[in-house]
Design a protein around this ligand. Structure first.
Ligand code: SF4
Length: 478
């Protein structure tokens, strides 16, 4: 009997999850099934994740955005983590990775899964380190135990650092920043100290058996991703990618869905080549990239440096973009950082979809442009990627309701408003008057594009909001 979406797709079965995804992306269910059957797309949907509204990750579909949240020993409580999940979903995350390394990991993870309408991803290695007490004490048995427990809890996809091998480590010697992946550095240290091969690599087929049972999707970690431009596209990065390609085949043989993680820090002119190489080496398995950051010089603005790389990657065929917040390299992100990071990445993802001609993607741009030209300020705010931000910036200088009808804003002022001047010229002369033409509601990409909440269905938000309010009330009572 088929247990995973991949097995069902191969057997010719269109599952309810595939039907839902087809509806959301306005695609034929049979096309969705084919993409999943060929490993070109994944539907991360753990059988135990009841609150999930299924979504799909693949280069033929709308580019998705992941938000990382999670606590650390320095900052840790359930209410804050719920608030972050809510913020991530509200601001448009298509999936959320819980990278917590602080306390109450089980309770936080279970609550996330219970209420999240989007897939939840984790990095099981972090919990294994906490439980073992130190990275050297980790055993393969413990890794399997942690992975199985998280699978049972309903986690939809897991980053598994199985691609970094003992023979790859010498290749990092000449690097400027060594191994910058958290999981990668832990696995490398473990291999060095024990003189053994990567524990995840050793137990990879056992992991496949667990993943099949719950339909957990692999997110094969790129432990040797470059941490600076100087280290990009080096021998170490590509040696690991070759191993990830081999592991993709092993997972597919077991009927497990796979996506592959990618860099990191990469100069602009090499981003597309990175995507093309992954697609070739991993036979089209969805590429899930972190940025990449296209320059190293802007701590505090790395949501921007990385969104530039992410937009290029999306155009080149990356299927999901892992957001980077302004706090990257500096500290744990707070709610406003989550908001800024998601805005930057939704811009990157949407820009890629427009450039790639995803059916209907540009309708959103056209509808907003028409509202802008019509001076329909309320519609402009409604359609904005971040409506609250757009409205508040406008109202900082022109707060009155009367300015919602104004044929100018404070940027150029009433006299120099070019759109007003153009409209007046069209009224007075021979130039054709411009009409509003876009019907956004009937756009082929309406369900994956419509603002303000990204590509996911917002139906789960009500539950999350209720939960947030309850948590806040409890905090106030304490
Ligand atoms: S004043 Fe300038 S920025 Fe504002 S609506 Fe007119 S053209 Fe656009």
């Amino acid at each position: 009997m088929a247990r995973t979406q991949l097995q069902a797709a191969r057997a010719g079965v269109v599952t309810p999850e595939m039907d839902r995804v087809a509806e959301r992306e306005n695609r034929d269910p049979e096309f969705v099934r084919e993409q999943v059957a060929e490993g070109q797309a994944v539907i991360p949907a753990n059988v135990a994740h009841d609150a999930l509204d299924p979504m799909i990750i693949g280069r033929e579909f709308a580019t998705k955005v992941n938000a990382n949240i999670g606590n650390s020993d320095e900052s840790s409580d359930l209410e804050t983590e719920l608030e972050k999940l809510h913020a991530a979903v509200h601001y448009g995350a298509d999936t959320v990775m819980d990278l917590g390394t602080g306390s109450d990991l089980d309770e936080i993870r279970e609550t996330h899964v219970e209420y999240s309408p989007v897939p939840i991803g984790t990095v099981p290695l972090y919990e294994a380190v906490k439980r073992a007490g130190s990275s050297e004490e980790i055993t393969t048995e413990l890794l399997l135990e942690v992975v199985e427990k998280q699978a049972e809890q309903g986690v939809d996809y897991m980053t598994i650092h199985a691609g970094i091998l003992a023979e790859h480590l010498p290749l990092t010697d000449g690097r400027k920043t060594g191994i910058v992946s958290r999981g990668g550095s832990i696995v490398a240290k473990w291999m060095e100290e024990r003189g053994e091969q990567n524990p995840f690599f050793q137990i990879f087929e056992d992991l496949c058996e667990i993943f099949v049972e719950y339909d957990v999707t692999f997110s094969l970690g790129d432990s040797l991703r470059p941490g600076c431009l100087a280290d990009a596209c080096d021998e170490a990065q590509y040696a690991e990618l070759d191993t990830l390609g081999e592991l993709t085949d092993v997972a597919w043989d077991h009927g497990v869905q796979v996506m592959v993680e990618g860099p990191g820090h990469v100069p602009m002119d090499e981003v597309a080549a990175n995507v093309e190489r992954q697609q070739e080496v991993c036979d089209g398995a969805p590429f899930y990239v972190l940025g990449p950051l296209v320059t190293d010089v802007a701590p505090g603005y790395d949501h921007i440096t990385s969104a530039i790389g992410a937009a290029i990657a999306a155009q080149a065929g990356a299927a999901m973009l892992c957001y980077v917040t302004p706090k990257e390299h500096l500290g744990l992100p707070e709610r406003e950082d989550v908001r800024d990071g998601l805005a930057a990445y939704r811009i990157a993802a949407h820009s890629g979809d427009v450039a790639n001609g995803l059916p209907g993607a540009r309708d959103w741009d056209d509808a907003l442009s028409e509202a802008r030209y019509e001076f329909d300020w309320r519609e402009q705010f409604r359609l904005a990627l971040d409506p609250d931000r757009a409205r508040s910036f406008h109202d900082q200088t022109l707060p009155g309701d009367n300015y919602k009808e104004a044929r100018f804003c404070s940027m150029c002022g009433v006299e120099f408003c070019s759109m007003r001047i153009d409209q007046d010229a069209r009224e007075a002369g021979e130039m054709r008057r411009l009409e509003t033409e876009t019907d956004l509601e009937s756009s082929p990409a309406a369900d994956v594009n419509l603002p303000p909440v990204g590509t996911h269905d917002s139906s789960g938000l009500a539950e999350l909001e209720k939960l947030d309010e309850e948590a806040l009330e409890e905090t106030a009572d304490d």
